[in-house]
Write a protein that binds this ligand. Structure first.
Ligand code: HPA
Length: 270
């Protein structure tokens, strides 16, 4: 794994990827954040050595290097999900590459189902914490000490200063945001009414199928993480409605502009 990472890092450095301030994972329907990036280099995943290639429609699979708000960013347009059949090492491989490219800050976005009865479709939630209910842990197996410690501290999974900064920006920009806990299940099924209830009883506000493995690995590599989730559907007791991938994409798209403004301003001020 270590050698594979170095090979990928060398490849990307030779393509011009350097001096990067932020890694960004553009989740479901949020891929258009890319429109505000001044793109310098763009490489499809299938041309990057050792990179997995994503399979879900709506996730295009391109690595982008460019400038956003005066800072250099590496953006993943399309991420790898455990439900696609990837191993956790593959799902989180790009995060390890980011760290070896010198990236210290990670911004992630995703779509999720809201179980907090105060949430509405289209709400944007700052992820303040997460619950890992994925069936396999990304740090399971032999620990490579070059990456990070065997027993990883997780007392601040999402950087508190980043959360505070985003809350201020949301106020300034008059964009309402929620703050809450994201619970990760493996999918690919959306939740049954009983499962939504379980998610709520476990103490979470939203549920989704991504993000947590990447954040765990970013923390393992000593990175600071910040996450936003768009609520694309609701699993509120007594009102669990039908949901589809298309409906999720449409709802995520409707919040895209607001998220772009938030992230753009966040990076400018960081
Ligand atoms: N569950 C899991 N993943 C999701 C959901 C959901 O309800 N909505 C969007 N992604």
């Amino acid at each position: 794994m270590y050698n594979k990472i170095q090979e990928t890092v060398e490849f990307l450095k030779n393509k011009g990827f350097s001096q990067i301030d932020f890694g960004i994972i553009l989740g479901t329907g949020l891929g258009n954040l890319v429109n505000i990036i001044n793109v310098k280099v763009k490489i499809p995943y299938n041309e990057i050595p050792n990179f997995p290639v994503s399979t879900v429609s709506g996730h295009s699979g391109t690595l982008i290097y460019g400038e956003l708000s005066g800072k250099m960013v590496l953006a993943m347009q399309g991420r790898f999900h455990y439900y696609e059949g990837w191993q956790m090492e593959e799902v989180t491989f790009p995060i390890r590459v980011m760290k070896y490219l010198g990236i210290e800050n990670l911004i992630v976005s995703n779509a999720s189902g809201g179980v907090n009865p105060k949430f509405k479709v289209g709400d944007i939630m700052i992820i303040k914490d997460h619950i890992n209910m994925m069936p396999k842990h990304p740090l399971r197996g032999l620990n490579d000490e070059r990456f990070g410690p065997r027993f990883l501290d997780m007392h601040e999974p999402y950087n508190l200063k980043m959360i505070e900064s985003m809350e201020k920006i949301a106020k300034q920009k008059n964009i309402p945001v929620q703050k809450g806990i994201y619970l990760a299940l493996q999918g690919p099924t959306f939740e049954t009414p009983a499962e939504y209830k379980m998610v709520l009883l476990m103490g979470a506000d939203t549920v989704g199928m991504s993000t947590v493995p990447e954040v765990i690995v970013a923390k393992h590599m000593g990175m600071q993480c910040f996450g936003l989730s768009v609520i694309t559907d609701l699993g509120i007791e007594g009102h669990v409605e039908e949901v589809s991938h298309e409906a999720v994409q449409i709802a995520a798209k409707a919040s895209e502009k607001k998220i772009s403004i938030l992230v753009e301003t966040f990076i400018l001020n960081w």
